[in-house]
Design a binder for this molecule. Structure first.
Ligand code: SF4
Length: 474
């Protein structure tokens, strides 16, 4: 809070499809629940004007609801998503979130808002969280009454209101400090969300910071911190670690790749094989008729096929305005029509195929056949390989730069990770391009990225085979 107020990060742009942008879209759609509501405009710089506008709308009995209502009380400024005028002179407060239900952190918002609004002279009869209804099935258009559900949090808010003045006083005390309170970065920085200052607060940590030990629990972290141990290499031998953590620590001390025995027995033999990767999106607002909020939508695949030692590539990217499930499955089944294992690098592709089989009963048998051919290389890497530069992770993005440095994501423009791919797929599906962005460039970025993923997978598999044969990975 201190950093946000005194030394904020430069706000990153929120491209359509990002969590932030979708949150705005959801908030806007929720206005349809209150026909005749009036929006109070203005950004943070026009806050005082927004407060005056809100007061005028409150005084006008013909206004049934106010969106983005602005209030200030005890030096706390708020914008309430929706306040609804009730018949008895009181108001209902509606906080809108793109989540799927009421969470403890939502209560903080509702508590502070209720305190400030009531301090400003209005009486709040109920405090509610308007959230996404996952049971909603989209028809031709979006029906806000079906898309949203509402959770009544009035009892919790009433029970917590007495503590709010003290908490606000405490927050003002912290804001008045000459410098940020000293907190050590740890698990608290991710509750309930990753703090935007994580990179800043951890920039001086050593490369082998104990945080990068896989599955390090809070007790282990606290014990090592208390003992003054920041580097994995300095963890005392007698400190209790899991077998995997011990192997990672050993790799750091050796400074090189460590291969555990037994790899050869776990790699299947084959004449032909494939390397498969999917990209999906799970939009809060369903895109197609018959689809539901947050349902995973398979939209893109990349397949490298190894035949007679050579790699051939095939790919699919959904067209914008139609449900791509059937085209995705049909093109994939055609490209995968050969015998041999299909290597993937997570359980994700199997889960997507299982869902596709349920959605497309006429193709279910073929899709299930393909699913039984999947071989996940991630558990093999996790169990058998450790390298300091993996940074305690076994993800393909951590492993490929070490095992297959010739495959680089550095030259990619626009789409460089799974999150960006999901956002780009959303922009493609909705036609909400960013300024200066062309559809062709967006598609090219997605195709290049997904192709590189399966190429990296193929190269990592080659290295695994060399290591299994007792050769060096270099
Ligand atoms: S990263 Fe953690 S320690 Fe740093 S400001 Fe955020 S919550 Fe505080």
């Amino acid at each position: 809070m201190w950093l946000s107020w005194h030394d904020p990060e430069t706000p990153a742009p929120s491209p359509p499809g990002s969590i932030f942008a979708v949150g705005h879209e959801v908030g806007h759609l929720a206005h349809d629940l209150f026909p005749g509501g009036v929006l109070v405009g203005g950004g943070p710089a026009e806050f005082d004007q927004a407060v005056k506008e809100t007061a005028a709308l409150v005084a006008d009995a013909s206004v049934k609801a106010i969106f983005e209502a602005a209030f200030m009380f005890e030096r706390v400024r708020i914008r309430a998503d929706i306040i609804e005028r009730l018949g008895d002179g009181r108001w209902a407060l509606h906080e809108v979130k793109s989540s799927t239900g009421l969470k403890p952190e939502n209560l903080h918002d509702l508590l502070v808002q209720t305190h400030v609004i009531e301090g400003s002279g209005l009486k709040i009869a109920s405090a509610n969280l308007v959230h996404i209804n996952t049971g909603y099935v989209r028809s031709a258009g979006i029906d806000a009454r079906g898309l949203f559900s509402s959770a009544d949090a009035t009892a919790e808010v009433r029970a917590g209101l007495a503590d709010v003045p003290m908490r606000i006083k405490d927050m003002h005390r912290v804001l008045a400090l000459p410098q940020a309170p000293q907190r050590r970065p740890s698990g608290h920085c991710f509750k309930p969300y990753e703090c935007e200052f994580w990179s800043r607060c951890t920039e001086n940590k050593p490369a082998d910071w104990i945080w990068h030990l896989p599955r390090l629990n809070a007790d282990q972290f606290a014990a090592l911190e208390t003992a003054g141990v920041e580097s994995i290499r300095n963890i005392p031998d007698e400190f209790s670690l899991t077998a995997k953590q011990r192997r990672v620590a050993a790799a750091w001390r050796l400074g090189e790749l460590v291969v555990q025995p037994g790899l050869a027995a776990k790699l299947p033999t084959y004449k032909e094989c494939g390397y498969l990767d999917f990209e999906t999106l799970s939009p809060a607002i369903p895109l197609y008729e018959g689809s539901q909020p947050y349902r995973r939508q398979a939209a893109q695949w990349s397949l490298h096929r190894r035949k007679d030692g050579a790699l051939q590539h095939a790919e699919f990217l959904a067209h914008q305005k139609e449900d791509p499930a059937r085209a995705f499955a049909q093109t994939l089944l055609a490209a995968a029509a050969f015998d041999g294992p299909m290597f993937v690098y997570s359980p994700f592709e199997g889960a997507v195929l299982r869902e596709l089989a349920q959605r497309l009963p006429d193709l279910a048998e073929q899709i299930d056949d393909l699913r039984t051919r999947l071989v996940d290389l991630l558990p093999l890497v996790r169990t058998h390989l450790d390298h300091p530069a993996f940074n305690g992770s076994s993800s393909i993005k951590a492993v490929a730069p070490v095992l297959a440095p010739e495959v680089t994501y550095a030259g990619l423009e626009g789409v460089a990770d799974g999150g960006a791919a999901s956002e780009a797929l959303y922009r493609l599906a909705t036609g909400q391009l960013q300024p200066g962005e062309s559809e062709a460039a967006l598609k090219r970025g997605l195709l290049d990225y997904c192709k590189l993923d399966t190429l990296a997978l193929a190269r990592v598999h080659e290295v695994l085979e060399k290591l299994a044969a007792g050769e060096s990975h270099q």
